[in-house]
Design a protein around this ligand. Structure first.
Ligand code: ACO
Length: 377
């Protein structure tokens, strides 16, 4: 039996704190005029001290599960696309898995720069089509404000924080993710990188002083790469789904720069209104940008049942990714029965209680049965 991976739930989280271009012009030598003209960005969201990649992922995932009216305990796979994980390890996906009470789920992070979400969508949909899993949670989440150099005007004006998530479910009805193109060219790795904190340059006082824990970017070369690859990947994704540009209802591109998006739209000869843009309010949120834009496109009525969407991104690696999606959920979605909302709430509460109880138990065991001192000689 042929299986298809349908998007049945979606959710996003954006921190409440807004940082405008005028705010930035108080911090570095820039202006609202320059930022808007060169990038299209007006403002971006910045995570509070309490907000992290895991907390934002969890919020977006809960919203996606609510829309899908899905039981977190039945999720089989969780992938978080991110370049700003909660820690180097454990993965952010494992923290999400625990907080959701998704006890059956395999969980891992995926690092593919701003292409991370579409990479994860491609991998998860292939796993569902192969019959390996029934339900997957695919998340893109970033706290870029923690790795941006707030004294570097060439980069700090571009980025923001947030998270977006979708629930994929297996179905025998044709539709859902119809194709995915994933690509990489590691020769461009140094164009966009965070040099410090890995095995090449471990964290030291010197590495911090030398700014090696900040994002470094060659903006002009990334720009040239992006304008070409967005067009190529979009065409390839449609071709792989046996569709053409005439079949495209809406392009949802990575929200890096309005000029890059407009150049791609020109290259694809897309009519006005066929490209979704929300970067003016969020800036570049890397892996989170496409799922956040998808959510807003759906919520604002830009997507209807049977529409053909292409999600396309590019990023650090260098990487690129595009996916064709046939939208299969009737909108607006029905309100789930209250008892199922209550079951989900109980799962989240139980997951939190279980986590606290387990750590209290370990604390008690270590005190009751302290390790015996080594006997020598
Ligand atoms: N305010 C004012 N002036 C600025 C600023 C700023 N914020 N930033 C740069 N400038 C100056 C530069 O110093 C330069 O001045 P100079 O000519 O005296 O040297 C001038 O503006 C032009 O700089 P450029 O770098 O040529 O400007 P450009 O038009 O290329 O725009 C930008 C820069 C916005 C970064 C663009 O190159 C871009 O968007 N590149 C792609 C970035 C991108 O998409 N990154 C994706 C990241 S994906 C991921 O995986 C995280």
């Amino acid at each position: 039996m042929t299986l298809y991976a349908h998007i049945v739930g979606w959710g996003k989280f954006a921190p409440a704190k807004v940082l405008t271009n005028d705010d930035l012009s108080q911090m570095v030598d820039t202006s609202d005029e320059w930022i808007q003209a060169r990038t299209g960005i007006r403002e971006r969201r910045i995570a509070s001290e309490q907000e992290t990649t895991a907390s934002m992922s969890i919020a977006a995932a809960r919203e996606a599960l609510r829309v899908a009216d899905a039981d977190p305990a039945k999720v089989d796979l969780i992938i978080v696309g991110t370049v700003t994980p909660e820690h180097l390890f454990p993965s952010t996906a494992c923290l999400v898995q625990d907080a959701l009470g998704a006890r059956q789920a395999a969980a891992f992070d995926l690092s593919a720069g701003c292409s991370g979400f579409v990479y994860a969508l491609g991998i998860a949909s292939h796993a569902i089509e192969a019959g390996a899993y029934e339900m997957a949670l695919v998340i893109g989440a970033e706290t870029l404000s923690r790795i941006v150099d707030w004294t570097d005007r060439r980069t700090c004006v571009l980025f923001g924080d947030g998270a977006g998530a979708v629930v994929l479910r297996a179905s025998k009805h044709p539709g859902g993710v119809l194709s995915s193109i994933l690509g990489a060219d590691g020769s461009g790795g140094e164009l966009l990188m965070l040099p410090g904190g890995g095995s090449r340059f471990p964290s030291t006082p010197e590495s911090v002083l030398n700014g090696m824990h900040h994002l470094h970017m060659d903006g002009r070369r990334v720009y040239r790469f992006a304008t070409k690859i967005m067009v190529r990947a979009t065409r390839q994704a449609l071709e792989q789904a046996n569709l053409s540009l005439q079949d495209l209802s809406l392009l949802i591109p990575h929200q890096a720069n309005q000029r890059i998006i407009e150049s791609a739209a020109r290259g694809l000869k897309l009519e006005d209104g066929k490209v979704f843009i929300n970067l003016d309010r969020y800036g570049n949120t890397s892996s989170a940008s496409i799922p956040m834009a998808l959510c807003e496109a759906v919520e604002s009525g830009h997507v209807k049942r049977d529409d053909t969407l292409v999600l396309v991104g590019f990023g650090a690696g260098l990487t690129w990714a595009a996916a064709t999606v046939r939208w299969s959920v009737p909108l607006p979605v029905a309100t789930p029965p209250r008892w199922r909302v209550a079951v989900r709430w109980a799962r989240y509460r139980w997951a939190a209680i279980r986590r606290r109880a387990l750590s209290a138990l370990w604390w008690l065991i270590e005190r009751l049965f302290p390790p015996k001192p080594d006997r020598k000689g």
